[in-house]
Design a protein around this ligand. Sequence first.
Ligand code: FES
Length: 158
Amino acid sequence: MDSEEKKSDSGDRRDFVGKCAAGAFVGAVGLAAAGSLCGLKPSVLPDPSEQFKIGSGQDFPVGSVKVFEKENVAVFSEPDGLYAISLVCTHLGCIVSLNAKEGQFDCPCHGSRFTLKGKVTRAPAPKPLPWFKITAQPSGALMVDKGISVESGTKVVV
Ligand code: FES
């Protein structure tokens, strides 16, 4: 190898290293730009709405109860209005079942019992079943919002 070949090799190597450095710089800038764009978006998306439609007032004759299994909610119709109650046990989250014969909710996991108004009658559940807000739409449709708890005893007249 003569000295001109060495210079040429050395020049090629410098070119190659220079191109790699430029490529790495462009890549780093691109990643930083993409990262900052991602930073503009919320990393935690809001929960989807917890509202669901339960029908209209005619669907709830006084004395009736409807269980919405997918939503784990029961809606009771009484002479003074409707109320929606959670079917998720306040102990460890099992789904309570409506025991119509005994007039109570039974938890199959550790034996908690609740009245039909959600009051604990047998531990280990530490607190009552929550009640949820019911709203009537202008169309007459009734909605339950599992994201909004209301005080026990809060009923909606339809
Ligand atoms: S989850 Fe209901 S009693 Fe434990």
